[in-house]
Design a protein around this ligand. Structure first.
Ligand code: UT7
Length: 331
């Protein structure tokens, strides 16, 4: 056995959001809510939503092109394409990853979707890391993309104010120096009921009554999810740091799942981080589920907040329930 495995690094990032902005005041005209409640309870001011006819693969494709250009690679250089999404173009198949592969012109490149809700991108990075560390593949495109606007009940004020559409992507390649130091994944299926889409799958196939009852929309018990999130973000980050032989005092920069500013602030406090060390864009984009972390990572890299040699932690949680963290020495 080799004592030193080769590592994976993030060689390029990209993101894309649709043009249409839905502000808190727009939502005031749709449901019984107000800007003050949404801002103080969540930190969200506006979110993006796709126009009719646009689907998850369209957003994923745009983000992917930018990530490939950033990495200096062509689609044909890819060995694998992963798309993390809870809102695939099609319920069963083809996978959204196959549609993105075709749009990119990455002929013959294996492609599959991965479902871990808002933790999907971190799960995807973890899968890609294994392929690179074993030497099986060199260049892997990991995309988190969502059109949550399609599965939101726009009459349910407890959920419709939270979510937005978008996509983020990263190209992972081998490295001799730094790179991904550890991945930590977790799940608790016993809590699957607190955040779910009940209808449309094999348990409750789509039918007129499923639609009439609104079971094809997101349902959420906000409080248990909130408590879980506050607990798990700090814990997941710390466990991933421990695997990497580090602790929270080593963190230079945190890229958390963008669900709620109160959840992010609680995690930052637990990890003893200053505001400048934590990326936040949920005021502009809301919670974009699997797209949230790569969208934030792209923002943090492009704004220069993340620098060569920084210890960066990606950390997320989501339906399932699931959680995950990735520790990267940025190179
Ligand atoms: O990626 C994972 C996805 N999910 C999450 O991250 C969600 C985690 N949970 C949360 O972020 C918070 O639980 C929410 C933001 C969803 C809700 O905040 P909260 O502080 O837990 O509020 P609450 O659910 O306890 O509701 C407080 C009150 C209720 O009224 P009453 O019963 O006290 O009279 C709600 O009916 O606020 C009411 N409410 C609203 N009022 C105005 C709920 N939604 C709204 C709204 N506008 N949009």
């Amino acid at each position: 056995m080799r004592s030193e495995v080769r590592k994976a690094k993030v060689a390029g990032v990209g993101s894309f959001v649709p043009e249409k902005v839905l502000s808190n005041s727009d939502l005031e005209d749709m449901v019984d809510t107000n800007d003050e409640w949404i801002t103080t309870r969540t930190g969200i001011k506006e979110r993006r939503v796709v126009e009719e006819g646009m689907s998850t693969s369209d957003l994923a494709y745009e983000a992917a092109k930018l990530a490939l250009a950033d990495a200096g690679l062509k689609a044909q250089d890819l060995d694998l394409i992963l798309v993390a999404t809870a809102t695939p173009d099609h319920l069963a198949f083809p996978s959204t990853a196959c549609i993105v592969q075709d749009k990119l012109g990455a002929k013959g490149v294996p492609a599959f979707d991965l479902a871990a809700a808002c933790t999907g991108f971190v799960y995807g990075v973890s899968v890609a890391t294994q392929y690179i560390e074993t030497g099986a593949y060199d260049n892997i495109l990991v995309i988190g993309a969502e059109t949550l606007s399609k599965i939101i009940d726009w009459e349910d004020r407890s959920t419709c104010i939270l979510f937005g559409d978008g996509a983020g992507a990263a190209v992972l390649t081998p490295t001799e120096k730094g790179g991904i130091l550890s991945n930590l994944l977790g799940a608790d299926g016993a809590q699957s009921q607190v955040l779910k889409v009940e209808g449309g799958g094999s348990k409750n196939p789509l039918s007129q009554s499923i639609i009439d009852e609104g079971l094809h929309y997101i349902e959420m018990e906000g409080n248990p999810v909130f408590k879980f999130a506050v607990r798990i973000l700090g814990r997941a980050a710390n466990e991933a740091l421990e695997i990497a032989g580090l602790d929270d005092s080593d963190i230079d920069y945190l890229v958390p799942h963008q669900a709620n500013i109160r959840i992010i602030d609680a995690a930052a406090k637990r990890l003893d981080l200053q505001k400048e060390q934590v990326y936040v864009n949920l005021d502009k984009y809301g919670n974009t589920s699997a797209a949230s972390i790569p969208l934030a990572l792209d923002g943090a890299v492009k704004s220069g907040d993340i620098k060569e040699g920084d210890i960066v932690v990606l950390v997320g949680f989501g339906a399932g329930l699931t959680w995950g963290a990735t520790v990267i020495e940025w190179s």
